[in-house]
Design a protein around this ligand. Sequence first.
Ligand SMILES: [Zn+2]
Length: 465
Amino acid sequence: MAKLTFLGAAGCVTGSKYLVEAAGKRLLVDCGIFQGSDDLKDRNWKPLLVDPKTIDYAVLTHAHLDHTGWLPCLVRDGYRGSIFANQATIELTTILLKDSAHLQEEDTARAQRKNWTRHPEPRALYTSDQVEPVLKQLKLMPRSGGFDLSPEFHIDSYDAGHILGSSSLALTFNESGKKTTIIFSGDIGRYNQPILKDPATPPISANLLVCESTYGDREHAAGDPAELLGQVVNRVAKRGGSIIIPAFAIGRTQTFMYYLRQLEDQQRIPRLPVYIDSPMALSATDLYVRHKEDHDLEFSREEADGKGDPLSVHQFHLTRTAEESKAINAVKTPCIIVSASGMASGGRVLHHLAQRLPDSRNAIILAGFQAEGTRGRALQEGAKTISIFGAPVAVNAEVIELGQFSAHAGQSELLRWLTALPAPPKRTFLTHGEPAAAQALQGVIQQKLRWNAAVARYLDTVDLT
Ligand SMILES: [Zn+2]
C-alpha cells in the first residue's frame, strides 16, 4: 500500500523530509536539518523514523540546508542510494554542506573553549569528513522536464523561482496497476523578482499535493525593494552607522548585491565597502552567474550589456577565514556586512551583531523568514536584549524588516501558484509553515478554492491508494 510520511517541515518551517513508500520501494524527498528552537534542533540528533539503510532513493527540491542539511546524518546512518538533483542544486549543495560542517566545527570549538552551551560536551552534528561520502552519492537529473528516477518512480521538474536550481517536483508511480501522482511544491519563490525566472506551477493533475506555507498567513509589504534599500543605506550612512544583513550566502546575498550595484550605478547611494563574510559566498555568486538556464530575461539582458558584473558592488570585500571576519570589527566607518546565518541562529553574523547591536547608529536588515526560537525572530519582535555567546547584548541598533527581499511567495502568490494547477488535487497537505501560517492558508484554500486541504502533522502517515 502506497504511503507518504511527513518526517519534517510539518508544524514548522525546517527539517523538510518526506518519505514515499510505493511500488515496494522507499523514496525520500528532501533531507533537511531542523533549525530554530532547541526542541526542533534536538530532532537532528535522533534517528530517523525508518532505518536509512532501507531507503532506496532520495531526491532534492533545492539546496537550502533545511532541505539538504541532514544528508550527512542519513548517509552516516547507512543510506547508500543515489541522491538525485539538478546540476545547480548539486553544486550549491556541495558548497552548502561543506560550509555547514565547517561552521559547526567553528561553533563547537568556540563553545568548547568558552563553555557556552547547554550541552556538557558540545560537539558538531557532523564534521567535514562526513560530508565527503554524501557528495559521492549526488546524482544528476535534468533541470526541467520528465525523468525516470528509477524503474518505479518518474519525476517531472519545474522552476520554483526560489533559489538557483529550486524545483517543484511531480512524482508519478504505479501501485497495483493504478497510477498516482504527488506534487511537491518545494519552496515557492516570488513573481517578478530579479535574476531568477518566475515560479512555474506543474501543469499536471495530482492525486495529492504537498505545498509549502511559509507565508501562508500574510503578504509581503509592498514597495520597490531598490527604493527602500536605498533609503536605509542613505539614512544609516549619514549618521555614521553600519548595516548588518543576516543572510545565507545563497539567494538573498545575490539579490542584495544586485540591488546595491544598481543603486550605486544610478548614484542613488554612496559606494560603501560591502563585506560578504562567508567562506562560500564567492562560489555561490559564481554559480548564480554560471547557471544561465535559471536567469530571467531582464538579468540575461543586463549581463550582456557590458556594464560589468551585475552581482558585484564596487567596493566588494570577501572574507574567508575567521580572522578576516573578526578584522571587520575594526571597521568604524559606514559599511555593509552580509553574513550567515540568515536567522542569526549561529554562524559568523553573531559576532557582528554582538559588536554592533549596542550602537544606535547601526541598522540590522531582516529580509528572510525568522523562525520561532531564533535570535532573528527575537529582533523582529522588538527584543531589547538578546543573548549571544552566553552574554546579554543590548539592542540599540535600528531593526528593519524588508520583506520585499523575501525568497518565499506571500499568501496571494501561493494562491496564484495553486490556482494555476490544471485541476484541484484530490488532497492537499500544507507543510513548511508554522502552525498559524499553515492553518491560515488551509482556511483560504478551503474558502476560496473549495479544495480539500489539511495541515500536515509531524510523523503522520497518509495513505496514497
Ligand atoms: Zn528554501
